[in-house]
Design a binder for this molecule. Sequence first.
Ligand code: FEO
Ligand code: CA
Ligand code: CA
Ligand code: CA
Length: 657
Amino acid sequence: AAASSATTSLLGFTPVAKSLADVFTVPSGYTATVIYALGDPLSAATPAFKNDGTDSDFENRAGDCHDGMEYFGLSAAGLPDQSSSDRGLLAMNHEYINQTFLHASGPTSGTRPAAEVDKEVAAHGVSVVEIKKTGGKFATVQSSSFNRRVTGLTEIEIAGPAAGHALLKTKFSLDGKKTRGTLNNCGTGKTPWGTLLTGEENWSGYFKRASGDDALRDAKSVTSLNRYGRKQNTSSRYGWETAGADDKYARWNISVTGGSTDGSDDYRNELNGQGYITEIDPYSKSAVVRKRTALGRFNHEAAAVSKPVAGKPLAVYMGDDAQNEYVYKFVSAANWDAADANPLDRIATGDKYLNNGTLYVAKFNADGSGSWLELSLGNSTVKNYATYAFADLGDVVINARLAADAVGATKMDRPEWCSVNPANGEVYFTMTNNTSRTAATVDAANPRAYTDTKGASTTQNGNVNGHIIRIAESSANPAATSFKWDVYAFGAEATAAAGVNLSGLDDSNDFSSPDGLGFTQSSGICWIQTDDGAYTDVTNCMMLAALPGTVGDGGDVSVTSGSTTLTTKMGAKPGTKLKRFLVGPYDQEITGVCESPDGKTLFVNVQHPGEGSVVANIADPSKYTSQWPSNAGYGAGKRPRSATVMITRNDGGLIGS
Ligand code: FEO
Ligand code: CA
Ligand code: CA
Ligand code: CA
């Protein structure tokens, strides 16, 4: 009864206005409470976070740059219980680091001190933190035995078709079956058997590659490295390889240095150990972590699992976030068995569904149809690709981008997160923006290229504000190889020309650069989060709530980019079915969304507040671009911190109603 009466009043809140204030703002009648920030201790023995750059032991603290996040329920007895709204675990990504504030006086440049590098590596990865309700509200449990960190150094097994592959052989793993660390974790997913899927996104940049390295490698290796953004003579993002001779630092230099021909005495293959969907059992600190290579190697964001149906395969939807990259889907070979919903060994269950199956990439046709193109040697277009001769399926999944090139998949405007609409199985994918899209390269699925000078601090070109695509699988079958699609909504400033603001957004719901996106099961609301470079002179990043319709409900729309005009499929204009639900503090992005199963507590993350602050001003908090969450009363020190926010209704009702 509660659910049906609530459904009639969804989106009844008053929209939050755009704002540049250093404040986290929710609608009237709601309360936002910070519960878990960078550095918070995860064991009873870990000291409180001083927040002055001197804290250490991040193996027992919350990491930095909170990102994708999932809720896993616990019974009062501490057993997995997906229906529990009183006690649970939050498992979340720590995408990268705000280097300025992690050290007392900023980072040391040049040769990096080992202690700084150890801290930075440990502040990456994933954390699991127990939360428990007391007095009706959740708080973290510092001493919980469930609390866990997986970092950039944690030993992780390679699973699926690339396990044991010659391309994964390193000095650390002579059999190519393990690696260390999960890196730059962005979006997440939750499996029907109660594990976290974490996507490794911008991992390539962490590795140095020397000049002259091409000449020391075979042509295939060079093709692969170039396709994944590691040309020779490129420096690493943080210089971790400079911290010493120890193997844990040397691994960040992927240049050929050893005398072997197979990579057994250096880290020439180390890059092939990153870029996967990695599975973590949040309920067991001792459970092995496995990289699910069958799902392909690219700049992963979310991993959205189709609703499980007994006797049918599972699909996992995924995006590759870089300009002109692709949308992917994995379909399991195994059919879903409802007895696997609460297994004794969750990682073994992951082996069953995620190691064997078929990887596909999406092609969006101009008429609103689409197809999933198989990436395997069973597809002659992959097998006969002239640019790169795939040896086997392991080679295909490790070099999924090259296989997707081979089959002519559609180059998209930066596929970020995706999520399955629980009402009908349709899948929503954010295309955050694409400054390299031009009138000459637009297509029906990426139809806009324009210049934005109004409201932006600098002129931007291309698909400046992004859009959200959705697909409906043929016969609503997640294993289908064809689908229908449309553009659910185009991002735009409310004041933009009608030819840009195609979805008719107004002050209550205009947004730019959709990034995080997730449906909540309790209400069926689609939450849309922004990470914007084009609109942050007008408003801080935000989260909107949407009640979307179905693919094809808006008909055809004509889109003009320069001298190109094309027709595309658009969703019905959202109107009052899309409302701004919150605006975050200054100089951050809103990311990660999950709920307690009763829908009465929503969790979101604020990532990198104050990121634009500079080391020269580190002693003067008034010059930080943000002092959140200390200015919201949370924690010691004034340095800004990424943090998890809990949102509740003052009357205890459903969030978003
Ligand atoms: Fe980590 Fe593409 O966002
Ligand atoms: Ca993102
Ligand atoms: Ca982004
Ligand atoms: Ca980010």
